[in-house]
Design a protein around this ligand. Structure first.
Ligand SMILES: [Mg+2]
Length: 422
């Protein structure tokens, strides 16, 4: 089933006013010559068309049951109800009118408004969570685990001598990818590379106006791009299996929220611009499915199961490289530091971020577990943050961390454009 996105929901909610009050504008007085069950106003006709266009009519099954409590139904149940009612109305005119007259459409609209806010909360949470994890970890980047007093808040200082709440390349590149997707209205690798290059050469979207932290593989790819103009110029040798494309991934599942095939395809291609090692490509696909599932509101148990359905459908266990298959089977559930390490290798970073996500109960607890691993702390923080932020939502991130996050308004507005690109 395609999950309707906040954009789809917004287009449907434009009809909300019309059906808000039973018997107001949609009433028999509008069309006195017709009997009740045949009332079809122009607005109702338009609404039905929109329901088709915006993914609300799909997977029609002849028998359906109204959820016991429409006020708390999830988006999938609402799609099933609307599909069933509209399709049934085609064969037996009046069913939809009756449904409206009983106030059920109004209840669905109410619930959709709430669901839209929940989705937005998770989407903002993912991008802000990425930045918060980055900003928490950057002060202890490159430090050995246990060699520093535990991080409890933004600290400032560190290798790049930043102010507390400032973030690094992980966030800059994620913002560049997000901006490219919304401004290009889709996936344009050339445009992405131009934005990454503007960051590298001119400090575009850098927290303090200059590029001060760049991974070797990303740097090499950008310099190759300057010479060749080929946007897919990421390296693929063994030493290039780093975490540089995994750390900036969140914009892909946010932008392709409703589109499972799109997430799988573009998570891979979004890595190819700078990192083309097969293991990196698979890790990006896996994490993007997890983030997308979290954005949809899936439970942690379901997401972290090796049987998670979208994963089984789109990434076959047989095709997976062994290192990733171990993680998918839950290696991080059994291990602890020092076996869990926040090194820059893609598998180690992913495993460490999932370890923090799995063994914690809220955003803050897991974020501190992730960054206190030291080493590539900002990137493991960013990988954790984009998943945990999607899962707990913006409202699950401690308010003081959001308040003190550098350029929070910029991140928010870039994310808003990503959610509502038109
Ligand atoms: Mg960094």
């Amino acid at each position: 089933m395609k999950i309707p996105s906040p954009t789809h929901i917004s287009r449907i909610l434009k009809y909300y006013d019309f059906f808000k009050e039973p018997g107001s504008r949609y009433s028999r007085e509008d069309d006195p010559v017709m009997i009740d069950s045949y009332i079809y106003s122009f607005e109702l006709f338009q609404l039905v068309n929109k329901l088709y266009m915006e993914n609300f009519i799909q997977e029609y099954k002849q028998s359906y049951r109204l959820p016991e409590n429409l006020e708390e139904a999830d988006i999938c149940s609402l799609v099933r109800v609307l599909s069933a009612v509209v399709m049934a109305d085609r064969y037996s005119k009046g069913i939809l009118s009756q449904f409206i007259a009983q106030g059920n459409l109004r209840k669905i609209f109410n619930r959709l408004s709430e669901i839209k806010l929940e989705m937005e909360n998770r989407m903002y949470g993912s991008l802000l969570g990425l930045a918060v994890g980055d900003a928490l970890g950057v002060s202890v980047e490159f430090k050995s685990p246990g060699s520093f007093p535990p991080v409890e808040d933004y600290q400032g200082g560190g290798t790049h001598n930043l102010d507390a709440g400032e973030w690094s390349d992980d966030t800059s590149l994620a913002l560049a990818l997000a901006e490219s997707l919304s401004k290009s209205k889709g996936f344009d690798p050339q445009d992405q590379m131009e934005r990454y290059l503007a960051w590298y050469r001119e400090g575009y979207l850098a927290v303090n106006g200059s590029c001060f932290d760049i991974g070797k593989t990303t740097q090499q790819a950008l310099e190759n791009y300057e010479v060749t103009g080929d946007p897919y110029c990421g390296l693929d040798h063994e030493r290039s299996a780093g975490n540089g494309s995994l750390m900036r991934l969140a914009p892909i599942p946010i932008y392709y929220f409703s589109n499972l095939e799109g997430v799988i395809r573009y998570a891979r291609l979004s890595s190819c611009t700078t990192h083309q090692h097969p293991l990196v490509l698979q890790c990006c696909q896996y994490l993007s499915l997890l983030i997308q599932g979290a954005l949809w509101g899936k439970s942690k148990t379901e997401l972290l199961s090796a049987d998670y359905a979208p994963y089984k459908t789109y990434l076959h266990h047989d095709d997976l490289l062994e290192e990733l298959e171990e993680v998918v089977q839950g290696s991080y559930k059994r291990k602890n530091p020092p076996e869990i390490r926040a090194s820059g290798h893609v598998i180690k970073s992913l495993e460490a971020a999932l370890w923090a996500f799995y063994h914690s109960n809220n955003f803050k607890e897991g974020a501190l577990m992730a960054v206190n691993l030291g080493e590539d702390a900002d990137t493991v923080g960013a990988i954790y943050g984009q998943l945990a932020g999607a899962y707990y939502g913006e409202t699950g991130i401690p308010q003081p961390w959001l308040d003190k996050l550098a350029r929070k308004d910029l991140i928010h507005s870039i994310c808003q454009d990503l959610i509502y690109p038109e």
